[in-house]
Design a protein around this ligand. Sequence first.
Ligand code: SAM
Length: 234
Amino acid sequence: MERKIITTRDGSKTIHFPEINESYHSQHGALQEALHVFIKSGLSHYLTNNPEKSTLSILEVGWGTGLNAILTFDFMQQNFPDLKVNYYGLEAYPVSMEEIHALKYVELDTIKNHRQAYLAMHEAKWNEVASINSNFSLQKLKITIQDWQTITDTKPHVDLIYFDAFGPRVQPEMWTPAIFEFLFQLTKENGVFVTYCSKGQVRRDLIAAGFDMEKIAGPPGKREMLRGLKKIEP
Ligand SMILES: C[S@@+](CC[C@H](N)C(=O)[O-])C[C@H]1O[C@@H](n2cnc3c(N)ncnc32)[C@H](O)[C@@H]1O
């Protein structure tokens, strides 16, 4: 399928598939979307509610360009430099380095000081743990979520899930009750799940999986998004 690098409305770039009119990020603003959905509504929200944490584990479903990972790295350096992060990036179809360079994320203000860290994330070997710095480890897992769900390796338990799959319109097999139940099992008590999607069926399936769901304000160009909480068992 044809892939094109396009510039979104906030000036940051993304990868677009013209045939199916789908993109890696919102065309209203790739950077703004990532900052709003995953960093502000996910990471920052979680840490505000769990100030005692000394280690944080995050699973991103659809690691893609690594934009959410490097924004997480930046947020932690700015706000919680002593907190350790174990980041897991699940990705079935890695983006080529040619496209990573063409996206020019290292030129964005938030990322330009982290050029080396961003390249280290991309150079990290698949399926191995890499230290991006002394407090941030990354393990990129090259597998489909469906296959990962069925293999019997030891899976991480995480505080935070960034669910950043292509939309249910183009990839409904990523938004199933079975996948949400699997992700609920991987979430620690008090853990948080965030996604840019706000569809009613997705919300209902996440509730059925066990999450307490809320609809919250979405990023520019999108009224709402979803956030889930795995409540502590009484
Ligand atoms: C919306 S894009 C992700 C954007 C990414 N978070 C970023 O910031 O660049 C969805 C990602 O899911 C990946 N993907 C597609 N099918 C998958 C599957 N079955 N399992 C895991 N990842 C998949 C795609 O290759 C793509 O990188």
